[in-house]
Structures are given as C-alpha cells and as structure tokens.
Write a protein that binds this ligand. Sequence first.
Ligand SMILES: NC(=O)c1ccc[n+]([C@@H]2O[C@H](COP(=O)([O-])OP(=O)(O)OC[C@H]3O[C@@H](n4cnc5c(N)ncnc54)[C@H](OP(=O)(O)O)[C@@H]3O)[C@@H](O)[C@H]2O)c1
Length: 276
Amino acid sequence: MGEHGRGRHIGCVGCGNMGGAILRGMQAAWDKLYQFYACNRSTERLAPLRDCGIQIAEDAPTLARQCDVIILAVKPQQVGTVLEAMLPELGADKIVVSVAAGLGLDWLRQGVQGRCPVVRCMPNTPALVGRGVFAFCCDDTLPPADKGKLLELFGALGHCLELPESRFAAFTALIGAGPAYVFAMMQGLVQAGVTLGFSQREARQMVTALFEGTAVMAAQSPQHLLRLRDDVCSPAGVTIAGVNQLDRAGLAGLLVDAVLAADARGREMESQAPKD
Ligand SMILES: NC(=O)c1ccc[n+]([C@@H]2O[C@H](COP(=O)([O-])OP(=O)(O)OC[C@H]3O[C@@H](n4cnc5c(N)ncnc54)[C@H](OP(=O)(O)O)[C@@H]3O)[C@@H](O)[C@H]2O)c1
C-alpha cells in the first residue's frame, strides 16, 4: 500500500455512521497520500463526503475496480450481497477489510472466494469521533508491509491493535461494549452532581472533563492505577471517604462481572450464528 506496495486508492462501501466516520477521519489525516472513494445505497449520505474531497463511486463493483483497499461498512446481513456483486473485480492486488460485527475471517474468505486477502476489524463507537479502539485480524496472505500500512491508515481514527481472532469475543465484551460501561459510570456521577445542587448541564460538563483528564493521566503515567488512586486520597480526607464506599459496594468486582457477562453472551451468540 502507499508508496512502496499496493496503490493509493482506499474505498468504503456503506457510508452510514461507521463508514462515513472512517472515511472522513482518514481523508482528514491522509488526503495528501491516498485518494478516498465512497459508495452508499442512498445518495444523501454521500454529499458531505463529496464536499470534503472524497470521490463518489456509482456502486460497489465500480468502487472495487477503482480501489486497492475496500472497506465494507454495511450491516452484517448486507455484506454477502455486496461481496457477491464485487466478486468479478477482486484479485490478489486488493484487500477487503470488513468492520461488520460478528463476521469472521473464514466467512469473509468464503465471501471473496479466496481471490484476495481479507481483514476483520472491530471498532468501538468512539471511532465516530476519531477516538476509537480498533482490533484487527488479518489473513496470513497479507504481506506484513501492507498490514503495517493498514494499521497506520486506521490509526487516524484511534488506537489500533492486532489480535488473534480467538480474542475478538473478549475484545468485544471489554472494549466494544466498553463505552456503555463508561457512560453508565458518567451518568452515576452526573446524578451525584445534581444531588449536590449542580444543574444537569454543569454536572455533565464537569464529569465529561473529569473523565477526559483522568484518562490522559492514566495514559501518560507509568504508575499502577491503584497508586494513582491512592495519591488522590489524603489521610482522613474527603476522597478516602468516597473510595471506601466504592470498595464496600465492590465496584471493581461489579465491573469484572459485567464484562464476564458480556463475554458469556458473546460466546453464546457466536455458537448460534450461521457458519456460512
Ligand atoms: N456504529 C457502530 O458503532 C459500529 C461499531 C462496530 C461495528 N459496526 C459495524 O459497522 C457496520 C455499519 O454500521 P453502521 O452503524 O454504520 O450502520 P448504518 O449507519 O446503517 O450504515 C450502513 C450503510 O450501508 C449502506 N448500504 C446498505 N446496503 C448497501 C449497498 N448494497 N451498497 C452500498 N451501501 C449500502 C446504507 O445505506 P442507506 O443510507 O441507504 O441506509 C447505510 O448508509 C455494521 O456492519 C456494524 O456491525 C458499527
């Protein structure tokens, strides 16, 4: 990909919430290096993408002909039809990247009939604001240089990591579902703020800034999280009184149980999913 490998043409089929955000984020970061293409069933989603310099392809097969990397961001139940339509355009010089939840590498390989390498990608919703976490698992046939470029390309939209496919269920339970846990914690603190007399608006702004600032500290500090927590607790102070209450309620255990419940449900759904 890019200067030394496959070409510079990156396209996305399905430009709804996720596909549109992926293209906009990549275009903003990489417009000097790559040319981006969009295709969507209804045309109204395309106008804002055209306005920021993204080329519009008439349909999925046209986009597949024009592009070296083809991102699929239609709903999982639409991926099969889209791949079937694109099939004559696929060859070893292309890469198909699917962000569709629940569709595994084997399923995708069958969908492209082995004509090109496939990549499974799982984003979480903060990708919509360029701060996602993306897990990737790639065909063995994908050259390492192309894999590196692909991770760099998606790096414009957040943190990217490569995982074996067997870890996708755990990733989904922890990070895919993660924004829901964080929103729930934020809501609890906003509620506390309102209880103490702040307006909803004030409390939400303050709590949002609290999470942002604390996340930056956690990202930048090499210290264990419990050490960072204890550093905020002065002897006989305000914070330790609150932290004691959280420990009595078992917050850490509750979070572990929540993620394990999500993981169990994910595995149950995977075992019920059609295999082809
Ligand atoms: N949203 C998330 O946070 C999230 C998180 C993880 C994974 N994902 C995955 O991302 C994918 C997209 O989800 P989404 O939330 O972005 O859904 P969405 O907003 O409904 O977007 C899907 C888009 O695909 C278009 N489309 C459908 N059939 C098409 C076709 N044959 N050719 C071209 N475009 C077609 C739809 O067009 P219309 O405008 O005509 O409907 C729509 O704009 C899903 O597979 C989902 O599993 C999403």
